[in-house]
Design a protein around this ligand. Structure first.
Ligand code: ADP
Ligand code: MG
Length: 580
């Protein structure tokens, strides 16, 4: 492609002139910067100017034509490649800015040059967009001030010394670490290819030999270092072989659809394996240790979440005959118990189309998981509202095609319902299904199966737009992520702390905006939650994350439908209808 035509653009020299002119004036004078500037081989665009040095920093972007960048079209020829390459450029910008930019140049956020980088997962984000035509990178600058007085010379240093040094590294292919870029693009492409093969070969999960599952700590998602981590090694019986377009064949543990039980002593690595599978719905960086750990894209972590709100969910397959005749076919509460929350989490996951449930006894409600033989004898079924998961998990698979991977160190009763049992033994998985079958024959469980009626397909609910009110005070729309865990949506705080497959604050931010878009443009007129999520995915596929915001932003990352739905399901203002 030839050079992009930049229309009505100011020169770089004009930017210098403006900064000189406004030096020493009130902060509002920075508003004059809002425009596009020709930096000869790339274009700089000041998209939004902050109101004061303490406000959210100004949004700036740079665009370069692919021909000027030298970026090979082959690295941008497919969607997974473009996403991986854009993620890489974002990270290069982040590292370079940290090294090059002086940072503090006055009051508040003055002097900062930052970009919205991801963690260990490689997600579609709008901080950078790579196409075969051009590369666009979006970042933020804290326009410098002393108090509220413009520091024009400091700003000039940022625009003409620091920023060009950063952009040189990011926008020109010859300056990029090309081997690492290729490695990231090829690794992500392989992960996509493996997920497709898993579907073809009927696998719901895959953990490669050599994978490093443990993380450095509960707050550090990077791999546990060096010799401390024991690499994963598949049990023979579950070993399978897949092929990667860029990295050749790979072997590891493949789980077919079914009910899988992970057992083993405490501290032997059960939860770590499950957590890696939870994250296996996302691509990971080369060297993460989990780049070849993959789960069905619809996998949902299910846990107890007492205190959450529930709106019109049919939890009757698990809970019926509550005291005071509360209807559990359209169950609502502002304060769910452990068992009702876990039941709702399963039913909602099914409603959104999940084919794989991931459950850890560590974060489950005991009475939701099991009622043992002795308890059954003491408390008659007629006095127990709960049908525990143990009596539904096979039915979920056999009648609904939904598989489960369940971690359980405490209840051998689950042996009866598992297709496969894997023991974690000092971080080494062993397949112990045959042993378990023998045990079951020798020591039958004394509990009765007690599901009262068949688990019916989940009835779709229709969320009503009236429940989505983004107004707050004088503002017509106030939507914000308060960290990864919370969305401020109008007057409501949506609590996502227990939604464990949400991995990035930028996803949280995107979800907040997505709810507003859905309510404004799609919900109502008889559309179900699941149809709403389909519609949203289509919009995002077609238009990218920019579909979510009327302004140009660079801090959104793509959420899965399940986390977007999870936010809707946790809105305390949600109004949902179940059609008759
Ligand atoms: P469990 O759920 O079986 O009780 P966890 O999965 O919580 O055990 O693991 C216990 C500890 O062992 C954690 O600190 C975890 O980081 C560590 N760990 C897990 N897997 C490995 C491994 N493959 N190599 C080294 N340490 C591991
Ligand atoms: Mg555990």
């Amino acid at each position: 492609m030839d050079r992009v035509h930049w229309f009505a653009m100011r020169t770089r020299h004009e930017l210098e002139t403006i900064l000189r002119r406004i030096d020493g004036r009130g902060y509002k004078a920075y508003k004059d910067l809002r425009d596009q500037y020709d930096f000869s081989r790339y274009r700089l665009s000041v998209d939004h100017v902050q109101g004061d040095p303490f406000a959210a920093p100004s949004r700036v972007s740079a665009v370069i034509a692919a021909s000027d960048s030298g970026f090979p079209s082959q690295l941008a020829s497919t969607r997974p490649r473009r996403i991986a390459a854009a993620d890489f450029l974002t990270r290069v910008f982040g590292c370079t800015a940290a090294a090059v930019s002086r940072g503090n140049r006055g009051t508040g956020g003055s002097g900062r040059i930052e970009i919205d980088c991801g963690g260990q997962a490689v997600l579609e984000r709008n901080s950078c967009q790579v196409s075969s035509q051009q590369i666009e990178i979006r970042f933020t600058m804290g326009l410098p001030a002393a108090g509220r007085r413009v520091l024009g010379r400091q700003a000039a240093a940022m625009f003409f010394e620091e920023l060009p040094r950063i952009l040189e590294q990011v926008l020109f292919f010859e300056n990029l670490p090309q081997a690492e870029l290729r490695q990231q693009v090829e690794t992500c492409e392989d992960q996509e290819a493996l997920r497709r093969q898993m579907a073809e070969q009927d696998l719901v999960a895959f953990v490669a030999d050599g994978a490093i599952l443990p993380r450095r700590s509960g707050v550090d998602d990077r791999p546990l270092g060096g010799s401390q981590a024991i690499p994963f090694e598949s049990p023979e019986a579950l070993r399978c072989r897949l092929s990667r377009p860029n990295h050749g064949p790979i072997e590891g543990m493949g789980l077919p659809p079914g009910v899988h039980l992970i057992v083993g002593g405490g501290f032997h690595g059960k939860s770590t394996l499950l957590r890696a599978l939870e994250r296996g719905v996302y691509d990971h960086l080369p060297g993460d240790g989990r780049e070849w750990v993959l789960a069905d894209a619809s996998a949902c972590k299910i846990r107890a979440e007492d205190g959450r709100s529930i709106r019109a969910v049919d939890i009757s397959p698990f809970i019926s005959n509550l005291p005071l005749q509360r209807d559990t076919r359209r169950f609502s509460t502002d304060n769910a118990s452990g068992s009702t929350s876990q039941a709702a989490n399963i039913v909602e996951a099914l409603e959104m189309g999940s084919r794989l449930l991931l459950i850890d006894e560590d974060t489950s409600a005991t009475n939701f998981m099991l009622r043992d033989g002795r308890m059954q004898r003491l408390i008659a079924k007629s006095k127990e509202p709960i049908t525990p998961l143990i009596d539904r998990v096979r039915e979920l698979f056999e009648s609904h095609g939904v598989s489960t991977v369940l971690v359980s160190g405490g209840s051998g009763d689950y042996f009866d319902v598992a297709d496969r049992v894997i023991q974690m033994d000092a971080y080494h998985p062993r397949e112990v299904t045959t042993e378990v079958r023998r045990l079951v024959a020798q020591h039958p469980s004394d509990r009765q199966s007690e599901a009262p009626a068949a688990f019916q397909p989940v009835a779709p609910r229709e969320p009503l737009p009236a429940g989505f009110d983004a107004r707050r005070g004088k503002r017509a729309v106030k939507i914000e992520a308060r960290g990864r865990d919370t969305i401020l949506f109008g007057r409501e705080f949506i609590d996502l702390a227990q939604v464990e497959q949400l991995v990035d604050t930028s996803q949280t931010r995107a979800i907040g905006l997505a709810l507003h878009l859905l309510a404004r443009e799609f919900l109502g007129s008889g559309h179900s939650l699941s149809q709403g999520l389909d519609w949203l995915e289509q919009r995002l596929d077609q238009e990218g994350l920019d579909a979510l915001s009327p302004f140009k932003t660079g801090n959104l990352a793509r959420p899965r439908r399940f986390e977007t739905g999870a936010a809707i399901n946790r809105m305390r203002s949600l109004k949902a209808k179940i059609p008759q």
